[in-house]
Design a protein around this ligand. Structure first.
Ligand SMILES: Nc1ncnc2c1ncn2[C@@H]1O[C@H](COP(=O)(O)OP(=O)(O)O)[C@@H](O)[C@H]1O
Ligand SMILES: [Mg+2]
Length: 347
């Protein structure tokens, strides 16, 4: 059954517990003193509102007194500077990845909003070959010592390995989707690739060769018959070897993922976000939390046309209120979540 049909089924209660019990960390406000906290904003599709969400969350973080850097990592359509009404920088991430600019700080420009800076992406599409594992490692190293409390990565569509690794750099991941079937399908595909990538990275970084062997056996052993979901992989591994299953569970830990539904008005099912949450729990065995819905709002394109950041242009609009609600949820400790099923969030 394809993933979209699977999602359309009436959700069943999870047969197995989520991978890990909830911990008490808030999504956001707990950066290590010396390193910025990273939030990645992505999802499967272009045009769903990732840059709107990134720029708005950045403004809200900056408004709460945090020093924020937004990295425009949509290499196919880097246009975040337009959301702030500023010109892009002379040098872009592409120059940095190609070694033409060695100093990361040269990519950074003032966004015009207090406490908020931008690292510009490439205005023309970045050649796929120029963005690879090495680029991810370079960005990781540059951000480790960057003088910010938060770094927000605005990530373009795609499910390539380096792309997924970029998303996996974050402590908090935010998937932006619309309720359209194509967008939902892309979001699930993105999540599936993300978790498989995370599993692969976790296993590769482990020195435990027996774990690698056990997983290889699992994948080669008629896996399409027996392993249907990502949680099946862990479940089967735990059955084969409980210790290795626990170890992989450990290695997978660390990131929290939330979903924001944009352009949400006209949703025939008002519980859409919650049903996505349940579907992710069933399919991935992982708690992914619905952070909120943002309605289509004419003030958004108006702000883009006027080249003013949306949250400053129309702070009293419905979409701005919804974005503030998402922000509040992102920065609230898990204990305060009302639904028990939304608590198992660690992947
Ligand atoms: N909630 C919304 N209401 C109205 N227009 C929106 C909304 N969200 C996004 N848009 C419009 O859709 C376009 C694409 O949004 P954007 O954030 O650039 O998407 P992405 O970064 O995912 O490609 C923008 O021009 C923006 O004006
Ligand atoms: Mg964008």
């Amino acid at each position: 059954m394809d993933i979209l049909n699977w999602f359309r089924q009436k959700p069943k209660p999870a047969e197995r517990p989520l991978l890990r019990a909830a911990d008490s960390r808030p999504y956001g406000l707990k950066a290590l003193p010396s390193r910025p906290m990273i939030w990645a904003i992505g999802g499967g599709k272009g045009g769903v509102g990732k840059s709107l969400v990134t720029s708005s969350l950045g403004i809200l973080l900056a408004g709460s007194g945090k020093r924020v850097l937004i990295v425009d990592a949509d290499f196919g359509a880097a246009n975040l500077h337009t959301f702030f009404g500023v010109q892009g920088s002379k040098s872009s991430l592409s120059n940095f990845f190609k070694g033409e600019v060695l100093d990361f700080s040269r990519l950074i420009i003032d966004s015009g909003v207090h406490n908020l800076s931008l690292a510009c992406g490439e205005k023309d599409s970045l050649d796929v070959a120029d963005f690879n594992e090495r680029s991810v490692a370079m960005l990781k190293a540059a951000l480790r010592t960057a003088p910010y409390d938060y770094v927000l990565l605005d990530i373009g569509p795609g499910t390539g390995g380096s792309h997924l690794d970029l998303f996996l750099m974050a402590q908090t991941g935010i998937i932006v989707t619309s309720a359209e079937p194509t967008s939902v399908e892309n979001s699930y595909r993105f999540l599936k690739c993300l978790f498989l990538r995370k599993m692969k990275n976790a296993v590769n970084s482990s020195s435990d060769s027996a774990l690698k062997e056990a997983l290889q056996r699992l994948f080669s052993n008629n896996w399409s018959q027996r392993v249907k979901t990502i949680s099946d992989i862990l479940h089967q591994l735990k059955q084969m070897d409980p210790q290795k299953g626990e170890l992989l569970d450990e290695l997978m830990g660390g990131m929290k993922v939330g979903i924001i539904v944009n352009n949400a008005n006209g949703l025939s099912n008002p519980g859409f976000g919650a049903s996505m949450e349940r579907a992710c729990a069933d399919y991935f065995g992982i708690g992914i939390k619905h952070m909120g819905d943002i309605d289509r709002d004419e003030k958004v394109p108006e702000s883009v046309r006027l080249r003013k950041p949306f949250m400053l242009h129309a702070p009293e609009s419905n979409a701005a209120r919804a974005l503030r609600a998402c922000f509040a949820k992102l920065t609230t400790p898990d204990e305060q979540a009302s639904e028990p099923e939304s608590k198992g969030m660690v992947i």
